[in-house]
Design a protein around this ligand. Structure first.
Ligand code: ADP
Ligand code: ADP
Length: 226
């Protein structure tokens, strides 16, 4: 079996105007080390599916397995990143990156060293003692990427992580993400509504229908990566 296995996942939200079916009978498998993109029009349930995968929401129906165990809450093996990232403005960049590991009870000194190593890796060498307010949007997402990696989660769930950045910065970040993915053999699920980006990044693309979100098809991408 794969690392992540969803069977017949549905999600119905209760809203003021009645039940809203956001996801309908979605089944899939994700293998360890795969880079998956999740594409589909706005409102098709991509963020909902990612939230269920991250344990932030519970599915209404269906079963989600992580390493063959039922998965229904946040856990350390899973890291999430969003389009805009909240950094603590009164903490330094290094402290922002260390924080998840410290909360998880990892060794402080090791986390500080790891933070500096990761800041180097995302091109923020020397920025550890600066504050988030001094950074551009692209640099803040680099910090968020370093923070995402700091406690070494197995699975990265990324919801349009570079979608708010200008085209050039986004392409740079995508290339960087691929480099990191190749080095660390993480399993990535990456939400985007940009097909070009999905093709560029992924091993497989999960294509979702407009509401209610269903899995319409899975595309194997067989293109050489840079
Ligand atoms: P996408 O990420 O593909 O744009 P979403 O998962 O955000 O789609 O949303 C899917 C549908 O579920 C949309 O119709 C959205 O309005 C609805 N939805 C998402 N979150 C909630 C919520 N917390 N309460 C009610 N409806 C929601
Ligand atoms: P579009 O012109 O519709 O945005 P493209 O296929 O030109 O579609 O590119 C979409 C996205 O895919 C880019 O913004 C970038 O994020 C990613 N991408 C495509 N090709 C590359 C590349 N060679 N290097 C880095 N990123 C790329």
């Amino acid at each position: 079996a794969g690392l992540i296995e969803g069977s017949h996942l549905s999600k119905v939200y209760a809203t003021a105007t009645g039940p809203l079916v956001a996801l309908s009978d979605v089944s899939f498998d994700v293998n360890e080390g795969e880079f998956i993109s999740l594409v589909g029009p706005s409102g098709c349930g991509k963020s909902t599916l990612l939230s269920i995968l991250g344990g932030l929401e519970n599915q209404t129906e269906g079963v989600l397995l992580l390493s063959d165990k039922e998965h229904d809450g946040p856990r350390a093996e899973i890291g999430m990143m969003f389009q805009t990232s909240v950094l603590f403005p009164w903490r330094t960049i290094r402290q922002n990156v260390e924080l998840p590991g410290i909360i998880l009870g990892l060794d402080r000194k090791q986390q500080a060293e790891e933070a500096d190593r990761l800041l180097d890796m995302v091109g923020l060498n020397g920025f550890g003692d600066r504050y988030p307010g001094e950074l551009s949007g692209g640099m803040r997402q680099r910090v968020a990427l370093a923070r995402l990696l700091a406690h070494d989660p197995k699975v990265l769930l990324m919801d349009e992580p570079f979608g708010a950045l200008d085209e050039f910065t986004r392409e740079t970040m995508n290339v960087e993400l691929l480099r990191i993915w190749e080095k660390t053999s993480k399993t990535v699920i990456f939400v985007t509504h940009n097909i070009g980006e999905a093709v560029f990044l992924s091993d497989r693309i999960f294509v979702m229908t407009p509401r209610p979100g269903r899995l319409e098809g899975i595309v194997d991408v067989d293109l050489p990566r840079p």
